[in-house]
Ligand binder design. Structure first.
Ligand code: PLP
Length: 487
């Protein structure tokens, strides 16, 4: 059977027509996200079963494809760009960022080497220097964009491992020579699971990861860190890396980085800081304290795709010792040799091909500017403070953690349920979470703090207004009251 279209790509006039149509549709989608339930209301398998199970023999019309997107794909989306998306970390794929993604797909460049697209490499270097300035770091800092914080952290831990004296995993592989102690990495009990995943991937093993207890505000206890390192040294372990967190996933707590850095310096241990969410707040002069000590860390990850209005994916790793990353990862086959005296980002990581991610970040920063970014972050923080004050004033709710950024942790404590004990309270709050999310009006997530089932509202979307916060609180309070009435 012959092909139903002339060979070659989509005709430019057709591209123009559907491009315009799609951009119009996206503009309407973004303007009217409130029409959609935030959390997808489909059953597992439903979306897949509604789509053809085999690829088409002949190319299909764009009308048909776009029709299926509207009718089948969109109802199966959980709308992360929705102004009432308060789950996990609330994010924004902003207008300039979306346009940057579109352009990046059109250019389709691969920034593996400087020569494979000089603009991609140089813009990445430039925009990361902009971000460095925005974050208030005085000294120039080498940086690289990876896809996610998990991958940034993986690379940081790989660099730390490469530096362990007498080991050289690049040449020797990862030996479990009994005469050589085992590697130990430290992070707090509240650190993100990506730290453990880096340990899994790099042969450290879960046993090689020691979780340090936290204080009452969920921050790593430095006295416990020191004790753990001393104990491990006495037992023959090799402490090689500490990961501190600025803005932990559950409560957004900030580990005491200056003190942790001192411990690392005393012991010659690599300090990696996971500021994937909280780091961006350092752009605000009044929040710069959250990055205190980070300028001396060996590596630091900040995710513009979390709270810097950049569509996923975009994670920045700043590294004071890029030569170690290079030592760990550079491998240049003949066909990739090049002579230009310029950065070849492929030398600093696992992947060869690299997307032009700096373009969207650069467009976001240019479009909003320092002042615009500050004002927006400030507003999110202010609303989180307001929500925290409503919780504090309400007799049947209690807050479970401080609010250093724009995420609030709390639970309902209706007296009738409190009387029945902790398990009943946990069940009540779990039901409350499901009830609230089922309304489709908002989507919040949960965590567990000191054994308490905890509700979590994260604010970080540019389309969120105060009315969304008020409506969210009203829905939570009313749902709790209805549930309580039914007991
Ligand atoms: N670090 C922290 C503190 C996080 O909260 C998260 C995810 O929420 C991550 C790392 C992992 O981020 P990513 O999805 O970019 O790998």
């Amino acid at each position: 059977m012959s092909e139903n279209r002339p060979l070659g790509d989509m005709d430019p006039s057709e591209f123009r027509r559907y491009g315009h149509e799609l951009v119009d549709w996206i503009a309407d989608y973004l303007a009217h996200l409130d029409r959609y339930p935030v959390l997808a209301r489909t059953q597992p398998g439903e979306i897949r079963s509604n789509l053809p199970q085999s690829p088409p023999e002949q190319g299909e019309e764009m009308e048909t494809i776009l029709g299926d997107i509207r009718q089948i794909i969109v109802p199966g989306l959980t709308h992360w760009n929705h102004p009432a998306f308060f789950s996990y970390f609330s994010v924004t794929g902003s207008g300039p960022g979306i346009l940057g993604e579109l352009l990046s797909a059109a250019f389709n460049v691969n920034g593996m080497l400087w020569r494979t697209s000089p603009a991609a490499t140089e813009l990445e270097e430039l925009v990361l220097d902009w971000l460095r300035q925005l974050l208030g770091f005085q000294e120039p800092r080498w940086g690289i964009i990876y896809d996610t914080a998990s991958i940034s952290t993986f690379h940081a831990v790989a660099a730390a491992r490469q530096l362990v004296p007498g080991m050289n995993p690049r040449e020797n592989g990862f030996r479990t020579d009994p005469s050589h102690g085992r590697l130990r990495l430290y992070c707090s009990e509240q650190a993100h699971s990506s730290v453990e995943k880096a340990g899994l991937a790099l042969g450290i093993g879960l046993e090689g990861i020691r979780k340090i207890p936290v204080d009452a505000e969920f921050r790593m206890r430095v006295d416990e860190l020191r004790r753990a390192i001393d104990e491990d040294l006495a037992e023959g372990w090799i402490p090689f890396c500490v990961t501190a967190t600025v803005g932990t996933t559950s409560t957004t707590s900030v580990d005491p980085v200056p003190e942790i850095e001192r411990v690392c310096r005393d012991h010659g241990i690599w300090l990696h800081v996971d500021a994937a969410y909280g780091g961006v707040a350092g752009i605000l002069p009044e929040k710069r304290w959250v990055l205190e000590g980070c300028e001396r860390a060996d590596s630091l990850v900040v995710n513009p795709h979390k709270w810097l209005f950049t569509p996923i994916d975009c994670s920045v790793l700043f590294c004071r010792r890029p030569e170690v990353l290079r030592e760990a990862f550079s491998l240049i086959p003949e066909y990739l040799r090049s002579k230009e005296p310029a950065t070849n980002f492929m030398d600093y990581g696992l992947q060869l091909g690299r997307r032009f991610r700096s373009l969207k970040l650069w467009m976001v920063i240019r479009y909003f500017g320092r002042r615009g970014i500050e004002a927006r972050l400030r507003q999110h923080i202010q609303w989180a403070d307001t929500l925290a004050s409503w919780i504090d004033e309400h007799p049947r709710f209690e807050r479970l953690a401080p609010v250093p950024f724009s995420t609030v942790c709390f639970r309902a404590v209706p007296p009738k349920v409190v009387e029945r004990g902790e398990e009943a309270l946990n069940r009540f709050n779990e039901t409350l979470l499901e009830t609230v999310n089922r309304t489709g009006r908002l989507f919040i997530s949960h965590t567990r703090l000191h054994g308490h089932f905890t509700l979590r509202v994260a604010i970080g979307n540019l389309k969120t207004t105060r009315a969304h916060i008020e409506r969210a609180w009203e829905t939570i309070v009313n749902s709790a009251e209805d549930l309580q009435a039914g007991i």
